[in-house]
Design a protein around this ligand. Sequence first.
Ligand SMILES: [Zn+2]
Ligand SMILES: [Zn+2]
Length: 421
Amino acid sequence: MAEPARPTRETRRLRRRAEHAFRRAELAVWQLGEPGAEVPTALRDLDEALARLDEPLRHATGLATRRTELDGALQEGAVRDRYVRDHGVDEVTRVTTSAGDRIYRIVAPTFPGHENYLYVVVTPAGALLWDVGSGPMSRPVIQRGLEVIRRVHLDPLPEADFRGVLVSHAHIDHFGDAAFFRDALHAPLMVHELDARVLTRFEERVVVTAKDLGVFLARAGIPRDRREQLEGMYLAGKDFFRSVEVDRRLRHDNMLLGRLRVIHTPGHCPGHICLRVDNALLVADQVLEPITPNLSPQSVTPFNGLENYLGGLRRLRLLEGIDHVLPAHAEPIPSLGARIDRILEHHQERLARVTDSCAVPRTVAEVADALYGAQEGYNVLLALTEAGAHVEYLHQYGRLRIANVDEVARERDPVLRYVTD
Ligand SMILES: [Zn+2]
Ligand SMILES: [Zn+2]
């Protein structure tokens, strides 16, 4: 059978637009929209957005059926309840775990063109907010999400019930609005102890990491002027966050709120954690689909790097009885084991390509070029750190060696060239 055609950028844009129109229409139907957001207008906008999609695509994606179901949901009753169960409202969906805990998802824009999936976990012992978004851009959508949980899913979710605001890891799209939600929900802010410093000493962390990044880039063979540009890019947009106190520092694999288990999975970020809730696993950025999380070398940030990341994946692979895998950037992942196997394979393939490209001595910058080709903007930095993480791993395991040791000994700021050993 022929592979389905890959969606073009334009198709993806139109589909996102249709999904956005669904959100607005649902908010109007459930009377949660902005004042003046009338149902007929919202439905007409939705139909216009759907009309721009190809007929076959409209059906293949289920959007055509969902449109009919939304008409049914205009009436109270079973049809409406079914719509909420199948599609959620404003992307706020609910998963009920084997023990009856509820996990609600909120999809919030965190940067232009970037969305985070946050979760509210409700157990008999109280509620937790898992991640907090980036700041002003995500805040109103998260607040509206809490309202949808109360008014559409009919979970009362009193503020007094919040037992914690939990940050999955110290990347700004996940923790940027920590201070706001800690205050708004009157709940302790919790983060793994290896990431706590980023929140409590943010200014220090950014300055020092930019310098460590500079050293990495110099070793990677990036000329000075280019290096300064890239360091600037790393620093850009990092001046709006102010350090915040952390109320509880989590240690790895501890229990939290009864049965909920924190699982430490460093590599993408030193204090990255997953959270097991019965037969559900909140995986944040550790397991994503179709992308894989960006890795940077341990030489830039200790506890990061490929070795740590793969170790975390292997530990998650051993978990049994996980039926719901809930990531921080996309839809639920159908099978934890299958996805982890695929990611492990992907890194093995990538390691093989790095080894091949180092048949002759190569800098990390040259390896990044061989792996990813020409990149632009922040992607230049991501390609370099990702290549650096793989080169570092192979070097640590003795599968690469330094080809220019004499030069490294002589120079003050040497470029390292790696060759297959
Ligand atoms: Zn991340
Ligand atoms: Zn993320």
